[in-house]
Design a protein around this ligand. Structure first.
Ligand code: VTB
Length: 332
């Protein structure tokens, strides 16, 4: 096979794979949506995990989960190191079958089923601890914000780059006590704030969408969610930095065990998610970017996004899942 033919073949398989991934996030979202608002986040999460794990069986990759549901001894499925897929190119996989378990359990906005894929070794193997994050959308000068700069400098620089007043800016943060000081300083400077109860993958992604009204994401959330958000930003443009936040020595040791030579360093976007990245997400509940699963007597409708960093394509997929040809036991 000529190099051109091989290149074309790789491109095609990569493209097909992107669409296959949507089927996997759809399956997780459909399963989780059955538990929307029922007040049971563990059942919702379990349903999403089982459905996602099953859907991976038909995806033609030799996948290894690097960001998943936890260590092998604490998660029965989609644990770190688990092999998934029916065989094919070796890929690393980052998953969050239900990002925002609380959101789903309460019927709140922005619960998502999320997957990112890259070649082996391209995602930061982030342990399930905290990460301090800063993110802004695309089209801004490189380095316009920095995790090590003060909140005030970051907001001033961002306002200058966006040619607006600080009072025009909206910062998104998780609504947590640990952010009290940050929130006070943002307010003192005159910028506005959107506090979210959970779901910082959606929070970071909101910075990339002008219609979301969010200009910048600040603060400490999950480290695995940081890698997933970085994968998304790699596809749509935007800037992000993250630094692991440790609560004890054991977490530092665990990070080293996971291959992070200097656990205290600041990671740039390309260190969180490098190489050619595929990203897919399906809405479980409606949010700024995706509509949640809607159910009818005859089936359900899902809304997903799938993106490839190589081409920069962002595709929204509305899928109508019909019960017409399925026995009742197979209704999603
Ligand atoms: C965030 C958020 C998640 O965890 O990462 C958050 O995106 C951080 O942890 O949806 P705390 O809840 O301990 O603050 C979630 O809320 C749940 O995974």
């Amino acid at each position: 096979m000529s190099m051109e033919q091989q290149g074309a073949r790789e491109l095609l398989s990569d493209r097909n794979l992107a669409l296959e991934l949507v089927r996997v996030t759809e399956a997780a979202a459909l399963a989780a949506s059955r538990w929307m608002g029922l007040g049971n986040k563990n059942e919702a999460d379990g349903a999403a995990v089982t459905a996602m794990r099953r859907a991976f069986d038909t995806v033609e990759i030799s996948g290894t989960v690097v960001i998943g549901e936890g260590e092998m001894d604490e998660a029965p499925m989609l644990y770190i190191g688990e092999k998934v897929g029916s065989g094919g190119p070796a890929m690393d996989i980052a998953v969050d079958p239900l990002e925002g378990t609380n959101l789903c359990a309460k019927g709140g906005p922005n619960a998502l089923a999320v997957i990112a894929l890259a070649e082996h070794g391209k995602f930061l193997h982030a342990p399930d601890i905290y990460m301090d994050k800063i993110a802004v959308g695309g089209g801004l000068p490189p380095g316009v914000v920095d995790l090590d700069a003060s909140i005030e400098d970051n907001l001033r620089n961002l306002a200058r780059a966006k040619n607006c007043d600080i009072s025009d800016l909206v910062a998104c943060l998780l609504d947590r006590e640990r952010h009290e000081e940050k929130i006070a300083r943002i307010r003192a400077l005159g910028a506005r704030i959107m506090l979210i109860s959970d779901g910082d993958v959606a929070g970071v992604m909101a910075t990339t969408q002008p219609e979301s009204g969010v200009d910048i994401f600040f603060g400490i959330g999950g480290a695995p969610e940081g890698v997933l958000a970085a994968a998304a930003l790699r596809c749509v443009g935007g800037q992000m930095q993250g630094r692991l936040v440790f609560e004890n020595e054991e977490q530092i040791a665990r990070s080293r065990d996971m291959g992070i030579a200097d656990p205290h360093r600041k990671f740039e976007l390309l260190e969180l998610a490098a190489g050619d990245v595929l990203f897919a997400a399906t809405g479980v509940t409606s949010g700024a970017m995706l509509r949640g699963v809607r159910r009818f007597g005859h089936g359900a409708v899902t809304h997903s996004v799938v993106m490839r960093s190589k081409s920069g394509t962002v595709r929204y997929v509305e899928a109508h899942h019909s019960y017409a040809t399925k026995p009742a036991a197979q209704h999603y």
